[in-house]
Design a protein around this ligand. Structure first.
Ligand SMILES: [Zn+2]
Ligand SMILES: [Zn+2]
Length: 230
């Protein structure tokens, strides 16, 4: 599986150095996107607008979904078919509100508390995360390798920890150095404590404090454009 980081900024990130949350997972001919925050859609366009089979949302906070509306416009302009969107309940209300006021956008939306789908050789399923609003984390496997993508969560979060035990790669948020757990996020020291000795790529980073993300050990700090093969 090839993972392309399209957006690695937290909701609080300032400026354009880090777009808001999004990764693309590709296996053979198939590519899916997990979350699509603001600016991630532009980074996808810079890659030549690769065709995407499906988009999965972890939750409906703005920094994880706002890029989708512009993306759907671009698909209409290119006369592409409707993309499938898997989401916790609520996204279709937003999409319909946009359509009702005259935007020509559409998508095949599948809402569920625990979204899952099989896309080519990729199996995608979700577990409940521990965030300020209802949120899930995603597990993506190709039958051989397994990725866990936390979305937004505080830790310890049982379902995520359980799925991470045999994961080949954990892509996990660390939204601060300290103090963000009250907002349902994970401070960097907590992440290091819980996932010590695991292969972890850290994302959802406020760019204005990223120089404080030091002493990472084997952890890797994501950046927009990072490509990682599992
Ligand atoms: Zn977020
Ligand atoms: Zn959030």
């Amino acid at each position: 599986m090839k993972i392309t980081f399209l957006g690695t900024g937290a909701g609080s990130t300032v400026g354009s150095r880090r777009a808001k949350s999004s990764i693309m997972v590709s296996e053979g001919e198939d590519s899916i996107i997990l979350d699509m925050g603001n600016g991630a859609n532009s980074n996808l366009e810079d890659l030549g607008f690769p065709d995407i089979n499906s988009v999965f949302f972890t939750h409906l906070h703005i920094d994880h979904i706002n890029g989708i509306f512009d993306y759907l416009v671009q698909r209409k302009i290119r006369r592409m078919n409707d993309v499938k969107i898997y989401s916790p309940p609520g996204f279709s209300n937003l999409l319909n509100a946009s359509k009702d006021i005259g935007n020509n956008i559409s998508a095949e939306v599948y809402e569920s508390n625990l979204p899952k789908a099989k896309i080519g050789d990729l199996e995608v399923y979700s577990v409940e995360a521990c965030h300020a609003i209802y949120a899930v984390a995603y597990v993506v496997t190709n039958g051989e390798k397994k990725i866990v993508y936390s979305g937004d969560t505080s830790e310890p979060c049982e379902g995520i920890i359980e799925e991470s035990r045999d994961a080949d790669l954990i892509i996990h948020e660390a939204t601060c150095i300290e103090g963000c757990e009250i907002y349902g996020h994970t401070p960097l020291p907590k992440l290091k404590e819980i996932f010590n000795k695991k292969r972890v790529i850290i994302t959802h980073i406020p760019s204005q404090i990223e120089d404080k993300y030091s002493n990472l050990g084997d952890f890797i700090l994501a950046f927009d454009g990072l490509i990682w093969n599992v």
